[in-house]
Design a protein around this ligand. Sequence first.
Ligand SMILES: Cc1cc2nc3c(=O)[nH]c(=O)nc-3n(C[C@H](O)[C@H](O)[C@H](O)COP(=O)(O)OP(=O)(O)OC[C@H]3O[C@@H](n4cnc5c(N)ncnc54)[C@H](O)[C@@H]3O)c2cc1C
Length: 384
Amino acid sequence: MASMATYLFETEEHAALRQQARRFAERHIAPHGAAWEEDEEFPRALYKTAAEAGMTGIGYPEALGGSGGDLTHTLVVADELVIAGKSVGTVVGLGSHGIALPMIVRFGTPEQQRRFVVPTLRGEQIAALAITEPGGGSDVAGLTTRAVRDGDDYVITGAKTFITSGVRADLVTTAVRTGGTGHGGVSIIVIEKGTPGFTVSKQLKKTGWWASDTAELTFDECRVPVANRIGPENAAFPMIMHNFASERLALAGQCVAIAELAYRETIAYARQRQAFGKALTGFQVTRHKLADMSSKLAAARALTGEATQRVIRGEVAAALCAQAKNVATDMCSEVVDQAVQLHGGMGYMRETLVERLFRDARLYPIGGGTREIMNEIIAKVEGY
Ligand SMILES: Cc1cc2nc3c(=O)[nH]c(=O)nc-3n(C[C@H](O)[C@H](O)[C@H](O)COP(=O)(O)OP(=O)(O)OC[C@H]3O[C@@H](n4cnc5c(N)ncnc54)[C@H](O)[C@@H]3O)c2cc1C
């Protein structure tokens, strides 16, 4: 049987973390994941359970209630949660703090960290990140949600869309325009649930990721204290771009995990499914398809691991992160497509895991910066 692949950077510490994450996912996600995906929701209580099991604080400083570690640790945990939990929607919903909190950890005041980071890592609050707007997501510097200073408050008007965990979020790390046009006029402000004028205007229906909620949010003269601004005014664009680099690695890692899961499911199916008097693995074409899947997976895992290590070393790796995301998303799309194909008619049935993974995979060349925007970043760094 094919053994589970790991990242080259893994140590015994990562192996122990994998075991811990696997136990959590097998116990708390796998038995319910398929039903939660159909229900388009997982219980809010899972945030607390995950925090208590040590799943939420990985990659955060111990002083804030985290358990330390870096991107390599979050990557292996996500790997196990997806593979053992078998519900991508649950994992991404549970993990929305991973894009919402890092800017507060890096640039927030101790008071902001106490208010926003600590309770989220305890599983008591849900955090979301809101950058994308109905008028456009790729052109972040063009965002139009306006925050006008009025004494000790900002008055915020505008809308955000496609926000992961936005329906249930208690705090939304929101990109707003506090200054003039372009990237020099953008700030980050945390907007809290219950603030008058802040509404969840729509819960969106999606192709995949069903267990995670996705929202359109509206801000109608929403008054938020200046104390909720993260970092200096009009200086958020580089903060957002830095956040994107680790988000893209996390998305690449999810692609590797989804493909690994689809690949393993397909091996198991092809071994037991009979056609023309033999198992599907008895046909050379099946074995070659599986071999191609495993090769592409190995390449994407290696690149994702390398990009992660270079980011941790402090290298400027925007292009490498973009390359890793594109390679991993394309690999994942191909692997899940072949997984469906090898399942035949069963591959098209809602009861089959690879059918759901096929739908989940479609998000990755779009979310966290599209394939085309990744290529723009690569082209800019390469200088052509
Ligand atoms: C399920 C889901 C969850 C999401 N979660 C979040 C979240 O939590 N927070 C958040 O802020 N956002 C979130 N997003 C939004 C996501 O990041 C955006 O959808 C994405 O960045 C693309 O923006 P857009 O949809 O506005 O597309 P557009 O920017 O309108 O792009 C449309 C098309 O034009 C192409 N295009 C645009 N500009 C160029 C260019 N210069 N050159 C070539 N092609 C170009 C794009 O590549 C794309 O193919 C989520 C999206 C989805 C679907």
